[in-house]
Design a protein around this ligand. Structure first.
Ligand code: PMP
Length: 388
């Protein structure tokens, strides 16, 4: 019997059947009344999930990188100083992207698996006086989570705009724009938001919208210009049809279903569930005596886990055995350590059964690649953590 593989990578993830049914339903006109209603509802639900009462949501066809481009194109004017709190691959990407829009970028970097302390960030804020600060909430290349609450409070004091790349966090890690002073939080559909790839999603808070409205120079990108999209978002929210670029009708319908499920579950319950599954995964990895990329437990995200391969085990072989056992994980992404570690995503509906299957497949793969460990140690540790 051929069974489908369990997709345990940090995005795209496995999707709920009601979300997939919305994807497979006959495509409607983008101005059909029921679709207009779903689009409007999705906009309202984004505000609730991002915890931003006054923010402006944007739902635009594209991937997470487009969401980053939307932030860059609309917020940056030539000469603006941007501090990138860089915890990996996606910090590098954000820096390069912002330079295209004329930003003067400085990176605050740390060694892989670490993150800058609030004191280090404050020293940089004093010295560099940035107009904008960006941070990757969870850098998917390292599995390191930034303390965006602490950063938000600090950055507010220095009057810079705080832009958060939440591609590997929104709807999985706690994001609270209003409480934490986050001025823009962007993501993509395919991770914890739990919708197939293809939507760039962001909420821009009042300070970000003010910076956009007070621009002295035109937005140097036609598709990304909020001036084109703002009237569309406002029209759909007012339950009126509008057109700038054809919306991804089925994806938007699927987004509305998924956001409804997220809010039905409750944000705190959802974040707690992600923390629990993550704790089970990390307990298993520790019990198997594999090191993890994040250097401290409190640096480790709850949406993913990044274990190192044991010495002498070829990563490709390990991942191949796991796939033969029906579980797909992802290889490394950080260029300097790419072949030394792998990544397990545990977002969306991942439950203890999925996780146990993943750890069991990992144990089979470790055994077949010659690693010495006590059989069942990982599975037992995950169960023990789960039943705590
Ligand atoms: N930022 C982060 C933290 C990501 O994990 C990703 C995708 N893995 C991106 C940005 C870019 O998103 P996309 O691949 O959808 O363009």
């Amino acid at each position: 019997m051929k069974r489908s593989n369990l997709l345990m990578i940090p995005g795209p993830i496995a999707f709920d059947k009601d979300v997939l049914n919305a994807m497979g339903a006959p495509t409607r006109s983008h101005v059909a009344p029921d679709f207009i209603n779903e689009f409007g509802q999705a906009i309202e639900r984004m505000r609730a999930v991002w915890q931003s009462k006054k923010g402006q949501p944007f739902i635009i066809a594209g991937s997470g990188t487009l969401a980053m481009d939307l932030a860059g194109a609309n917020l940056v004017e030539p000469g603006d100083k941007v501090l990138v709190i860089n915890t990996g691959y996606f910090g590098d990407r954000f820096g390069k992207l912002l330079e295209r829009y004329g930003a003067v970028v400085e990176h605050l970097r740390t060694k892989p698996g670490s993150r800058p302390t609030l004191e280090e960030v404050e020293a940089k804020l004093k010295a560099f006086k940035p107009d904008i600060v960006t941070a990757t909430h969870v850098d998917t290349s390292t599995g390191v989570v930034n303390d965006i609450k602490g950063l938000g409070a600090l950055i507010k004091k220095y009057k810079a705009l705080f832009v958060v790349d939440g591609v590997c966090s929104v709807a999985g890690e706690e994001v609270n724009m209003d409480r934490d002073g986050l001025d823009l939080v962007l993501t993509a559909s395919q991770k914890a938001v739990a919708v197939p790839p293809g939507l760039a999603l962001l909420v821009a808070g009042p300070k970000a919208m003010d910076k956009f409205s007070n621009r002295k120079t035109p937005v140097p990108n036609y598709y990304a210009d909020w001036a084109n999209w703002l009237p569309i978002m406002q029209a759909y929210e007012a339950r009126k049809g509008a057109y700038f670029g054809t919306p991804a009708v089925n994806l938007v319908a699927a987004l509305n279903v998924s956001l409804g499920q997220i809010l039905d579950e409750g944000l705190d319950a959802r974040f707690g569930r992600h923390q629990k599954i993550s704790a089970c995964c990390k307990a298993a990895i520790k019990a198997l005596k594999l090191k993890q990329l994040p250097l401290k437990d409190e640096f480790a995200a709850s949406t993913m886990t990044a274990p190192y391969y044991p010495a002498g085990v070829a990563g490709g072989d390990l991942m191949k055995v796991m796939k033969d056992e029906g579980v797909i994980v992802a290889g490394g992404l950080l260029p300097e350590l790419k072949d030394k570690y792998f990544r397990i995503g545990h977002m969306g509906s991942v439950d203890i059964g999925d996780l146990l299957k993943t750890i069991a497949a990992l144990e089979v793969a470790l055994a077949k690649t010659g690693y010495k460990f006590t059989a069942g140690a990982g599975v037992a540790a995950a169960m023990k953590e789960y039943l705590k």
